[in-house]
Design a protein around this ligand. Structure first.
Ligand code: BG6
Length: 490
């Protein structure tokens, strides 16, 4: 259990709030001109938990079936119906005292088909309504332009982000967002967990392995990653031009591996593994490929094609701040043979005997958050923003009609202590914190509803049965108190 070593203290303008993503909460997947995305094609399979390989296994056959099948097995299509409940949900966020709300815009709502010449009016209207609602309560939006919802049209035509065409189409979309929403939005993120292309290319980039027999699949992943790097840099550049007061950040998965033993070879293997965590953000912050990434690509015998202006574009589009998701830590070793592995949402690590595990096997570790904050600040020297942190649990509605979730309060408490210490003892410039899934939503990795993160319970099950009513959990009042006291009353 992490207890604060220093005094609890946060900057007076610290941005407390919550986070969601369009594909996990909006639902209304084919309403008002929304086009289909890869997320609408991901099935829920009962019992399918915590096995990274199976979770993201996806073939052309799956894509074909998803384009003809009914809705039952595709939970992202219904989400929690935020599309029709946003007023009620935002009012609840306001009651908790949110200063910031992280949301994402779905590309396929703005352009039904990314190649359309004109944007979809209804899509623009929906997000304007959401932003106006937030403004009503003085909640600052933090908007992600792309949170894992690659338009299916791009997969069908270009094999997802492998196709360089995606860059221009994305920039057209980003420009539309900056022009229409810039008046309401100061904080933007380009790609969610941008490093994930090399872990789960299906959701990050729309790359389906069986479609690549002309190029090694891994090489295609690096190429797609490069295209997102260029697109992100261009989006930062035009975002700054269109909205001069904006702050545009990158977003990484802050994985954290400790060496399993103090054997030098375990330490070395861990250092290598940690580099894979940083490769994209190193580009987005420093404006160029780090040497180790160039070596990594060379050593694999791959080639990543750069167009003539790409290096210049990367230089000109560096980010204003670094944001990240942080849930857990695990260990790594030179050889994992015979060692017990622990699952994460998108990777496996070696199980740490000193840490507790969540019901999904994620090893929770508040000290690891402080460790990560120090590591990130020392490396990047940019303001940091924790845009995802939280605990997925199997909450139940008790006989008294309430949801008692003391485990969530404990998790939050420990992580707030760790943040405070990182700020006050370690000198980290941390500007905000958005709890992931502030309202229950569909899990990204397992597509189930049973894994709940929220302070607000949503009454639906894995198959979409239920009233969709919202119930405040005990942690709702707890977080409200944390925010009201600016993190000093836990
Ligand atoms: C992050 C994603 O990796 O983890 C979110 O950005 C996701 O979209 C979150 O929901 C938690 O993962 P999961 O699989 O429990 O939903």
């Amino acid at each position: 259990m992490y207890t604060n070593e220093g005094k609890l203290n946060f900057p007076k303008d610290f941005l407390w709030g919550g986070a969601t993503a369009a594909n996990q909460c909006e639902g209304a997947w084919d309403e008002d001109g929304k086009g289909m995305t890869i997320e609408d094609c991901l099935e829920f399979r009962a019992g399918n938990i915590s096995d990274m390989g199976k979770q993201f296994a996806f073939s052309s056959k799956n894509l074909e079936m998803a384009q003809t099948e009914n809705d039952i097995n595709y939970p992202k299509r219904r989400g929690i119906d935020f599309y029709h409940h946003y007023k009620e949900d935002i009012a609840l966020f306001a009651q908790m005292g949110f200063k910031v709300y992280r949301m994402s815009i779905c590309w396929s709502r703005i352009y039904t088909n990314p190649e359309d010449k004109v944007p979809n009016e209804k899509g623009i209207e929906f997000y304007l309504n959401v932003l106006k609602e937030l403004k009503k309560y003085d909640i600052e939006p933090l908007v992600t332009l792309s949170h894992y919802d690659v338009p299916v049209a791009l997969i069908n035509k270009y094999r997802g982000w492998y196709g360089r065409e995606c860059i221009d189409l994305f920039i057209k979309y980003a420009r539309t967002c900056f022009e229409h929403f810039g008046k309401y939005v100061k904080y933007w993120l380009t790609f969610n967990e941008v490093d994930a292309m090399l872990r789960h290319p299906v959701t990050s980039g729309g790359l389906i392995e069986d479609q690549f027999d002309d190029v090694p699949f891994e090489q295609a992943m690096y190429q797609a990653m490069h295209h997102q790097m260029v697109a992100s840099a261009l989006a930062v550049k035009i975002g700054h031009e269109i909205c001069p007061d904006s702050q545009i950040g990158c977003m990484m998965t802050k994985l954290c591996f400790y060496p399993f033993t103090c054997k030098p070879e375990d330490n070395l293997a861990t250092q290598q593994r940690m580099r894979s965590v940083y490769r994209c953000v190193d580009i987005q912050v420093f404006g160029e490929y780090p040497i180790y990434l160039k070596k990594e690509i060379d050593n694999k015998g791959f080639e990543v094609h750069f167009e003539k202006d790409d290096e210049e574009i990367l230089k000109e589009g560096t980010v204003d701040f670094v944001s990240f998701s942080y849930y857990m830590t695990s260990c790594w070793a030179a050889s994992t043979e015979g060692l017990e592995l622990s699952p994460g949402n998108t990777f496996n690590g070696v199980k740490n005997p000193y840490l507790p595990s969540s019901e999904w096997g994620w090893q929770t570790d508040a000290s690891g958050l402080r460790y990560s904050l120090v590591e990130l600040y020392d490396r990047f020297r940019k303001p940091l923003f924790i845009v995802e942190n939280g605990l997925g649990a199997r909450d139940v509605v008790s006989e008294d009609g309430k949801v008692h979730d003391p485990y969530r309060e404990d998790y939050l408490k420990e992580h707030v202590c760790a943040m405070s210490d990182a700020i006050n003892l370690d000198g980290v410039n941390l500007i905000g914190y958005t709890w992931w899934g502030c309202i229950d939503l569909i899990s990204e990795s397992t597509r189930e509803m049973s894994k709940r993160y929220g302070f607000i319970y949503v009454d639906i099950d894995d198959y979409g049965n239920g009233t969709y009513n919202r119930i405040k959990k005990d942690s709702f009042e707890f977080y409200k108190k944390v925010i009201a006291s600016n993190g000093t009353e836990l």
